[in-house]
Design a protein around this ligand. Structure first.
Ligand code: GLC
Length: 718
């Protein structure tokens, strides 16, 4: 879509005010009385003029194709150089047809699902006038108390990198298709590491740890060609990201060669004042522009202070020029100078929203994104059984997650509807039993009666969408309200029962896991959620999901993650008591369900794991092979996971690191040989000097069905 517009010539002819205007981004209500806008942060009093508003370079959260067209038309009429507006929004996992939340998509371990999400969402968004999406969010998360864990793909840098690349490719494609939209990787950097999982909290870690765990996925997005980066709210090395030239220039542009646009998160530039690294508007504007932040979102320090800073010689106009040129080039890349309306088409958009093709896509992705955590002969269900759905999530259409923005609950298939579509309404009864929150047990008796009259019970439990997402941190991550009490009452009836969880984070479900014979983690499954869950419960889809993040045994363990260090006093036994080791007196060290864990309706046997040699030179590769056989009675997909451990390093090294995996679909009795090439690159890590190196010595190669159940072979790098 690029054009031969000469943006440098345009830049030369802009006044300083016009240049600074291109660096301002405001929400759509500033441009259209009808606009409701997507308000995802504090609406501070901006104190800027109407002229400045109509000189801004981009708009956040425009609501529809018609609104975008109207604002663009009015804007261009006023623009001296007819520079078009950029329209940006949070299309995180769907525009109107909503995919499962990213944590669910990550649970599928299938990057094609992320790509599909980007393509379908991008098309609906482009038709609706959106040019840029503020996605993918690739923050690594080890703390499920944090509400935005739902927006991530979990705790592993390798898996997060794979999904970062896939989302970018899905949204952007090769930017030649009018339905391709610009992706914006966020939040740079390490927003997911906030202390205690408390929203917007302090992040502080060594540079080595930052590079080893938290940076890889952003880098993967850059290498996949992402054209925009969003700063994070938090500090890194004691400096808020929006004022950190270490992050935005040294790493992002110098080390990684990123030449796209950097945008601040909502108000993050102004928040350097409460952070305590700036005293006023001039200081935050100077810090941010010197750090390399191009666009200021929803605060106006650039507009209010940059001109004066330039005139006083405190800020070089060249810094502004380079930022403006990047913004103009993004508009050029989208072909907006030739066609400011690009792919806008309200009628086509209306036909695309929740169309059958898109519904089919989200249903398939959702069914692959669920994780079967337990199943003691309850699943799959059969279509003759009478089903009682019990629980506050059973008929609830609030299963789109907290970032579904344009998604409509009334277009969403509830669990009750999905089961009825599968087996007919006459076989389905429902009782809410209790609320998601609150302590009213009045519904328990009815629920027990409804359950007793059925052959099988589905307990539909979980969180409301707003209990996760931005601003949605929870210190207690058990099921809210009295849902666990309801579950105990229903489970005590002795009926075959499956718990279906709707949640935006790993929950503390240890007690429930001890009494429920079957548990399906459905996350927030999106527009086709009910149908997708029914597909899995009835075996039309054999569950393939694997956890991309650990489920803690208790919130007191957090952070608990698979790729941890051994410590000097590792706990060697979960049964033999030893006081002076790294342990808790009142909890195991291991999570309830580990990274990579998930069950299916068939079983797989691993045999004949071997390496092509027991030592390798740096220029060589070792080939790990293992045979995997479907030893069950139905076809299924196994995610064969390969891990590496560096037994001795110049710094401590994790007990294991995911370095590859392969999903194999096998019919009963079918056996395949799965291989993984081990290269020197896989063995590299950041040493004390943050050099990315592989060190000679002993390693372990591991393979298995999750991060706990592994076979191990030692080898050496010489
Ligand atoms: C929010 C979020 C960010 C989002 C932005 C625009 O505060 O932190 O992820 O893209 O504002 O809505």
């Amino acid at each position: 879509m690029s054009s031969d517009i000469d943006t440098k010539t345009i830049l030369k002819d802009l006044t300083l005010e016009e240049k600074i205007g291109q660096l301002q981004q405001l929400a759509s209500p500033f441009y259209s009385a009808k606009a409701r806008g997507e308000i995802t942060g504090p609406l501070s009093e901006l104190g800027i003029t109407q002229e400045a508003i109509w000189q801004s370079g981009s708009v956040l959260g425009v609501n529809s194709a018609e609104e975008a067209s109207e604002i663009q038309r009015k804007y261009i009429e006023k623009s001296r150089h007819k520079i078009p507006l950029l329209f940006m929004a949070d299309i995180i996992h769907g525009y109107r047809t909503i995919f499962p939340i990213p944590l669910a998509i990550g649970s599928s371990w299938n990057p094609e699902n992320a790509k599909c999400c980007g393509e379908v969402s991008g098309k609906e968004a482009a038709l609706s006038g959106i040019h840029v999406t503020f996605a993918p969010m690739v923050d690594l998360v080890r703390d499920p108390r944090w509400g935005r864990v739902m927006e991530s793909t979990g705790e592993d840098p390798y898996l997060n990198s794979i999904f970062a690349e896939a989302f970018v490719e899905g949204f952007q494609g090769d930017m030649t298709d009018p339905y391709n939209i610009i992706a914006c990787v966020k939040h740079f950097a390490a927003y997911g590491a906030g202390e205690a999982g408390r929203e917007y909290n302090t992040v502080d870690m060594s540079d080595r740890h930052l590079r080893e765990y938290y940076l890889p996925a952003y880098k993967a997005a850059i290498e996949a060609g992402v054209k925009m980066v969003m700063t994070s709210f938090n500090t890194v090395h004691g400096v808020p990201a929006s004022g950190s030239s270490y992050l935005m220039r040294d790493i992002l542009r110098e080390e990684w060669g990123f030449d796209g646009v950097v945008i601040s998160d909502w108000g993050a530039i102004g928040e350097m004042i409460p952070h305590g690294v700036a005293a006023n508007s001039e200081e935050v504007a100077q810090k941010a522009i010197e750090a390399g932040v191009d666009i200021e979102m929803m605060t106006s320090h650039y507009v209010l202070s940059l001109k004066q800073l330039v005139e006083e010689g405190k800020v070089s106009e060249s810094l502004i020029d380079e930022a403006v040129l990047r913004v103009l080039n993004l508009k050029k890349e989208l072909g907006l100078f030739e066609n400011p309306y690009r792919a806008i088409d309200q009628s086509k958009a209306e036909r695309a929203y929740v169309c059958n093709e898109h519904r089919k896509a989200v249903r398939e992705v959702a069914s692959e994104s669920m994780v079967l955590l337990k199943n003691e002969q309850v699943l799959p269900l059969n279509k003759e059984q009478k089903i009682a759905i019990i629980g506050p999530l059973g008929d609830r259409n609030d299963i789109l997650g907290p970032w579904s923005w344009k998604g409509r609950k009334e277009e969403t298939v509830t669990l009750k509807e999905g089961i009825a579509h599968k087996v007919g309404e006459t076989r389905v009864t429902f009782a809410k039993g209790c609320g998601i929150i609150g302590d009213d047990q009045l519904g328990f008796e009815e629920a027990k009666q409804v359950a007793l009259a059925a052959d099988v019970v589905i307990l539909a439990l979980g969180e409301a969408s707003n209990m996760s997402g931005e601003g949605g941190s929870r210190a207690f991550i058990t099921l809210p309200g009295i849902q666990e009490d309801l579950a105990k009452e229903i489970l005590a009836l002795g009926k075959p029962t499956v718990v279906v969880l709707f949640n935006g984070r790993p929950l503390e479900i240890t007690r429930l896991s001890q009494i429920a014979p079957a548990i399906l983690e459905a996350w927030f499954p999106g527009t086709e959620g009910g149908n997708a869950i029914a597909d899995v419960l009835y075996g039309d889809v054999n569950p393939v999901g694997r956890l991309p993040i650990s489920f803690p045994y208790t919130v007191g363990q957090i952070p608990v993650y698979y790729n941890c260090y051994n410590t000097g006093r590792p706990k060697l036994s979960e049964t033999e008591y030893m006081r002076y080791v790294s342990h808790f007196l009142d909890s195991p060290n291991k999570p309830l369900y580990p990274f990579g864990y998930g069950l299916g309706y068939t079983t797989f046997e691993y045999t004949d794991f071997q390496l092509s040699a027991t030592s390798m030179k740096r220029i060589e590769t070792l080939v790990a092979t293992v045979k995997v056989k479907n030893t069950g009675s139905v076809a299924g997909t196994e995610t064969v996971q390969f891990y590496i451990r560096d037994l001795v390093g110049s710094t401590v090294r994790p007990l294991k690191e995911l370095k590859g995996y392969k999903q194999v679909t096998l019919i009963p009795e079918e056996e395949v040989e799965v291989t993984l090439e081990i290269t020197e690159e896989m063995l590299k890590f950041h040493n004390m000097k943050c050099e990315f190196v592989a060190e000679a010595g002993r390693f372990e190669a591991m393979v298995g069905t999750n991060s706990e159940s592994l076979e191990v072979i030692e080898f050496e790098l010489v």
